[in-house]
Design a protein around this ligand. Structure first.
Ligand code: ATP
Ligand code: MG
Ligand code: MG
Ligand code: MG
Length: 490
């Protein structure tokens, strides 16, 4: 089954259960001061759970573009190093707004996974909320009773509050959830150790694919819970992980969601992603490992950056725009350091991506030239100083190491940022590869001092947004916005 078919089957399945299929909200959260990026399927429906506004239907399903690089959900550090966390990913979801509840949500999830997708039942585990006495939230007996005849008691895991209880905030709608995990290890390994023991243990082949949230309580200001008058269902399934499971791959990056992009990266770099194929050419294991990490980082980050730009955001030095710039620079540096890609290359990945998603998220294909141009400009600017900056950083690290120090001082981190455009997290990443850390606090202090200085110069600040016309097309490329912390190199 191709990834396109997998997505289509999800939407068709819920359409057949009377769900209205709605489009994804933009990657960049609008009208929500608490959220920079949409990081889950439910974000665009939040109001309906709070009782504000009326949903277009009581049953809704979609695939939502999500970005988890800031705030409560920040997976950036794992991306590339593990094989199942992305910055941007698609979350498939179905919702009930005061309509069906646990029984249907659980039975349909099982039906879809085992009958439509034909995932083997003996490789699936489910978790139910174990309860938390101190917090006054009970064990989810109802979910347990529904799952038991379906999967059997020995496939049920008891989850704690962190994994199995969802809350919108300190007050408001909340409730227990049931997660579905899949064990994709070879049979010999499964025979040796039950997958049940590896759930939520960061094993790359025993991963969570679907989370079913059952909103049934309202948390009041005094911390107590009361039943919600209308109960809701909110589910989210990681599309790329689902593809890995259905296509029996070892990693998300081996599915057809990513192989097209990885092939282009291989062509551009003249290196191979597959470690085994290169074993005889003298490349060391560590070199090959970092080659693969770099390719995964690039294949992941190009999606996040391209779709963010297509949704109206440009890399900048402030807020959401700066997050995008940091993601892009992280990828550029991986290409430079590990794949010897010293000319703009990210921009060349855009057409493949745009074609691949033309039917699903047409906004990228519609603006592919614009997106490619923004990325190319960004690459040119950063590559201009990257080599010199890396040399300088090497020198600094060498010096500190010889002095027996393990922390890069804050003002040095600031200098790298100011002169060479190295975001602090990029310096931290490179430092970590050499066993060092950065003085984050000192960096923030140096940054604040510079801001205070330049505020005096009264630099004008523009927002992160650029004009988007009615067709969702960016109207003009207005260049990078000027902000109070604009660095000299961009
Ligand atoms: P994990 O424990 O693996 O970090 P999560 O519990 O944080 O996942 P949820 O918030 O429950 O994830 O989101 C619903 C689903 O979205 C998950 O079951 C998973 O399949 C998928 N998902 C979550 N984070 C990512 C990510 N960074 N990249 C790809 N898929 C993800
Ligand atoms: Mg997570
Ligand atoms: Mg989890
Ligand atoms: Mg989860």
């Amino acid at each position: 089954m191709t990834s396109h078919e997998i997505r289509r089957h999800f939407l068709d399945f819920f359409r057949s259960k009377d769900h209205l299929i709605v489009p994804s909200a933009p990657l960049v959260a609008k009208n929500d001061p608490t959220l920079m990026f949409n990081n889950s399927g439910m974000a665009q429906f939040k109001d309906f759970f709070l009782g504000n506004g009326t949903p277009p239907s009581k049953r809704v399903a979609d695939t939502q573009k999500c970005l988890r690089v800031s705030g409560k959900h920040n997976d950036l550090e794992d991306v590339g190093f593990d094989t199942y966390h992305h910055t941007m990913f698609e979350m498939l979801g179905n919702w009930s707004f005061g309509d069906y509840f646990k029984k249907e949500a659980i039975e349909w999830a099982w039906e879809l996974l085992t009958e439509v997708y034909k995932l083997p039942k003996d490789r699936l585990y489910v978790s139910v909320f174990q309860g938390d006495e101190r917090d006054g939230v009970p064990f989810d007996q109802e979910a347990f009773d529904l799952w038991k005849p379906i999967v059997g008691e020995d496939r049920i895991i008891y989850g704690n509050k962190k994994d199995n209880f969802w809350e919108m905030g300190d007050t408001g709608p909340c409730g227990p959830c049931s997660e579905i995990h899949v064990d994709l290890r070879p049979q010999a390994d499964v025979d040796q150790q039950p997958g049940k023991e590896l759930v939520n243990a960061d094993h790359p082949q025993v991963v969570e694919i679907w989370n079913l949230v059952f909103m049934q309580f309202n948390r009041k200001a005094d911390g107590s819970l009361e039943p919600l008058p209308a109960r809701h269902v909110d589910t989210g399934m990681g599309f790329e992980r689902l593809c890995m499971a259905i296509q029996s791959k070892l990693s998300n990056y081996d599915t057809d969601v990513f192989t097209g992009t990885i092939r282009v990266i291989e062509e551009l770099s003249g290196r191979s992603y597959d470690a085994k194929m290169k074993a005889s050419d003298g490349t060391s294991d560590e070199e090959q490992r970092m080659t693969a990490v770099a390719m995964r980082v690039i294949a992941d980050h190009i999606r996040a950056v391209s779709f963010a730009i297509a949704d109206g955001l440009v890399p900048s030095n402030a807020k959401a725009g700066y997050v995008i710039r940091r993601i892009l620079r992280r990828a550029i540096r991986y290409g430079y350091s590990y794949l010897n890609l010293t000319e703009p290359f990210m921009t060349k990945l855009v057409p493949t991506l745009a074609m691949q998603f033309a039917d699903v998220f047409p906004e990228l294909n519609a603006q592919r030239d614009f997106v490619a141009t923004v990325i190319r400009e960004e690459e040119i600017a950063f590559l201009r100083t990257l080599g010199t900056g890396l040399g300088r950083l090497d020198q600094i690290i060498g010096q500190l190491t010889s002095e027996g120090k393990a922390t890069i001082p804050g003002d040095t981190v600031f200098e790298l940022n100011d002169t060479f455009g190295f975001p602090a997290d990029l310096t931290a990443l490179i430092a970590r590869e050499k066993g060092l850390t950065i003085d984050e606090e000192g960096f923030q202090k140096a940054l604040a001092e510079q801001k205070a200085r330049s505020r005096k110069d009264a630099a004008s600040s523009a927002g992160d947004w650029i004009g988007v016309n009615d067709e969702g097309q960016a109207s003009v490329f207005v260049g990078y916005d000027q902000t109070e912390t604009t660095t000299r190199i961009v």
